[in-house]
Write a protein that binds this ligand. Structure first.
Ligand SMILES: *[C@@H]1O[C@H](CO)[C@@H](O)[C@H](O)[C@H]1NC(C)=O
Ligand SMILES: *[C@@H]1O[C@H](CO)[C@@H](O)[C@H](O)[C@H]1NC(C)=O
Ligand SMILES: *[C@@H]1O[C@H](CO)[C@@H](O)[C@H](O)[C@H]1NC(C)=O
Ligand SMILES: *[C@@H]1O[C@H](CO)[C@@H](O)[C@H](O)[C@H]1NC(C)=O
Ligand SMILES: *[C@@H]1O[C@H](CO)[C@@H](O)[C@H](O)[C@H]1NC(C)=O
Ligand SMILES: *[C@@H]1O[C@H](CO)[C@@H](O)[C@H](O)[C@H]1NC(C)=O
Ligand SMILES: *[C@@H]1O[C@H](CO)[C@@H](O)[C@H](O)[C@H]1NC(C)=O
Length: 628
């Protein structure tokens, strides 16, 4: 029933009448039938036919489906699909509907296939691991401080007094279709339904100087741009990136080492591989950040940003430490450009090779290394292939890599890599990735981290989380107040057996032992669960959730995570109208086209017997899902 009548609202398709009539009912049936991986492959056949009619026909049809579903406001449907739809249409024109790339497409775009088994690929290394690797010993000198901020998502169109309780993915803007007095006027300092106002971001930068005045440097793991993914354009993104670079330069004393996030391009997540010929490029991002970051990372590294798809490597002045910043977006499931060829490309744009080159240089020079990037490599939204290859690099250079730092999930988390993922113990735990929570208040209280780092080993000695409490009574009436939320060493150190000695680092073995504590001690685990969202918007986590959460802590290699979103059911509610669980990967992607298409397949089934087009406003995607 879904598409009956759509022909009348689709002037463009008027000229395709006849063949298009059949095509539209084919798509309608295939959408309704898409319940598993095989039927998703079948759905791609009519979608390919549509894609061959051109980007405009493809976009208009998907927009009409989105409009008819009532899942998002019309401007969101039009904007998000208008921007991202051409990439999907491009993919569908290039690939076989039945091949492995199509399976990956069905996983990423519709949530209907499991990722295919990892394609074996041995990352080439210039030299085998040394038989007697250099060891790094602490001389007991006092640690230095490093600040870690992430996912600032600054909305430069944030408007005080605008509607904070809107029906769009983010609120607190004067949207064109807004009418009447706001039911909840946006306050000056931010709102859980909205991305960060500039004052909140400024206050974050000032707070880092307040709590770590002598910080050696700041890590920023990406996502400058706000989540209005249906409105962004190149002018806005360029301005947003440049403005935050200027603000960091003005407010932070120490060096800054940034990384590129998936929101820092147009459309969102769009980073075409260098094998793709397209007019939708992301070189403007690399040009902008190369120019803006030169003052932080130096001219040579800035040139690498420009020529290395946003990645660079730099030795910290006066330290035996190399920082390697990688643009993780070529390994990201929601970067739809990676589905435009049936030929598997193990190392898009040569960024894994770049990591190897830089880690080898660090090993040769007797340096330790930090890897920084936006997306942690263990989540369901990391491509299993590239995560596996990345892990090979992590294992080869485990003696060189002191720690890895990411953002993207908006949560306060960690992920552990093992030399043997089938035998996960403190002894096999080889690398630790620390994930900084977000500034944006959309999934908990705004936060940042300060690490204590040993100056000889560059191991993490402590990780402290600082927050501002957006539900505190005076949050809107004075400048945001920041406070220490917890210290990982003080809070977790005494819980492991034996209690963490004063001189021992928070290394991978420690974090592994902590996961054992979480498994055995639910009080400790629930404390972690509260910390995840910094005490705000805490989501209950029962035994099943806990099992998945602990599994994921032990899965810096994505094929080992236990994320298993039920295909196509993300938006289904139970018979009592209860809200579906919020997918974490959804929080990272924002409300782009995959979000809509995943909902469409489930809606299509849900409402098969009803008139899809008459989904009432009250039946919209629940607020909590939209907000995350
Ligand atoms: C959808 O499924 C029904 C029943 O299983 C089948 O009759 C129909 O041919 C299928 N349609 C498509 C487009 O696959
Ligand atoms: C938000 O808006 C909905 C209707 O759109 C209304 O029912 C609800 O009461 C509003 N909430 C607040 C806090 O104003
Ligand atoms: C780009 O976005 C900005 C901010 O929304 C808007 O003011 C501007 O008109 C847009 N430019 C184009 C070319 O659409
Ligand atoms: C893409 O990047 C890789 C790695 O830098 C390089 O070897 C290859 O030549 C590039 N391909 C194109 C088409 O630019
Ligand atoms: C934030 O403030 C509210 C209101 O005072 C309080 O209930 C809540 O516990 C605070 N949250 C944190 C994490 O301190
Ligand atoms: C981890 O736990 C084991 C015992 O289960 C212990 O021998 C080891 O010292 C612990 N390691 C750390 C770093 O806490
Ligand atoms: C469990 O963890 C809590 C901290 O969350 C701690 O106070 C308690 O002593 C732990 N229980 C055991 C049996 O170790």
């Amino acid at each position: 029933m879904l598409l009956k009548g759509l022909l009348t609202v689709l002037p463009l398709l008027g000229r395709l009448r006849g063949a298009a009539g059949d095509l539209l009912s084919d798509i309608e049936n295939a959408l309704a039938n898409a319940t598993d991986c095989a039927s998703c492959h079948a759905l791609l056949l009519p979608l390919q036919t549509l894609a061959h009619l051109g980007n405009a026909a493809f976009v208009d049809t998907i927009v009409a489906l989105c409009d008819a579903s009532g899942l998002e406001d019309p401007d969101v449907c039009q904007g998000a699909i208008g921007l991202e739809g051409p990439i999907l249409a491009h993919d569908l024109r290039q690939i076989s509907a039945l091949g492995q790339t199509a399976t990956k497409f069905c996983d990423a775009v519709f949530g209907l296939c499991d990722p295919p088994p990892v394609n074996a690929f041995a990352v080439p290394f210039p030299r085998a691991a040394p038989a007697h690797p250099r060891t790094f010993k602490s001389t007991g000198r006092p640690p230095f401080q490093v600040v870690h901020i992430s996912d600032v998502h600054i909305d430069r169109f944030y408007t005080v007094g605008s509607e904070a309780n809107c029906t769009k993915p983010i609120c607190c803007r004067n949207f064109a279709d807004q009418s009447g007095a706001p039911s909840e006027p946006a306050g000056p300092n931010g709102n859980a339904h909205c991305d960060s106002p500039v004052v909140l971001a400024d206050s974050l930068l000032e707070a880092t100087e307040q709590f770590a005045p002598d910080a050696a440097f700041t890590l920023f793991t990406g996502d400058v741009v706000e989540g209005a993914v249906w409105l962004v354009n190149e002018t806005e993104v360029t301005n947003d990136l440049a403005a935050f670079n200027a603000e960091m330069a003005a407010k932070l004393k120490g060096p800054i080492f940034p990384a590129i996030g998936n929101h820092d391009s147009v459309p969102v997540n769009s980073f075409p591989r260098n094998t793709t010929v397209t007019t939708i490029g992301s070189q403007f991002v690399f040009d902008t950040q190369s120019a803006g970051w030169a003052q932080f990372i130096g001219a040579a590294a800035a040139a690498e940003v420009d020529h290395n798809s946003g990645s660079y490597s730099v030795v910290v002045s006066g330290m035996n430490l190399r920082i390697i910043s990688v643009n993780t977006q070529y390994w990201y499931k929601q970067n739809f450009w990676v589905y435009d060829s049936d030929t598997q490309q193990p190392d898009p744009n040569g960024l894994l090779a770049f990591m190897v080159q830089e880690l080898q240089a660090a090993e040769d020079a007797g340096q330790r290394a930090f890897i920084i990037g936006h997306m942690p490599m263990g989540k369901e939204d990391a491509l299993n292939d590239q995560s596996n290859y990345y892990n090979q690099i992590t294992q080869r250079y485990k003696n060189t890599i002191a720690a890895q730092f990411f953002g993207h999930s908006h949560k306060d988390q960690f992920e552990i890599a093992y030399s043997d993922f089938n035998d996960q113990t403190a002894e096999t735990a080889t690398s630790i990735a620390i994930i900084a929570p977000a500034l944006t208040p959309t999934s908990g209280n705004p936060a940042f981290k300060i690490y204590d780092i040993d100056p000889d080993t560059f191991e993490i000695m402590d990780a402290r989380v600082y927050i501002t409490n957006i539900t505190a009574p005076d949050f809107q009436t004075s400048a945001p107040q920041w406070e220490l939320f917890y210290s990982a060493r003080e809070t977790y150190g005494p819980l492991v057996t034996p209690p963490l000695p004063a001189s021992a680092p928070l290394d991978a073995a420690f974090w592994h032992n902590l996961t054992e504590v979480f498994a055995a001690n639910d009080t400790a685990f629930q404390m972690f669960n509260t910390f995840l969202s910094r005490g705000g918007d805490v989501q209950p986590c029962d035994d099943d959730c806990k099992t998945v959460t602990i599994c994921d802590m032990r899965a810096l290699r994505a094929e080992n995570n236990c994320d298993n979103p039920t295909p196509g059911l993300m938006f289904k509610r139970d018979g009592n109208g209860a809200e579906p669980p919020v997918s974490e990967s959804d929080a990272c992607e924002g409300h782009g086209t995959a979000h809509i298409l995943k909902a469409l397949v489930s809606r299509s089934q849900n409402d098969h017997a009803q008139n899809f087009a008459r989904v009432r406003r009250s039946d919209r995607v629940p607020r909590s899902v939209l907000q995350d």
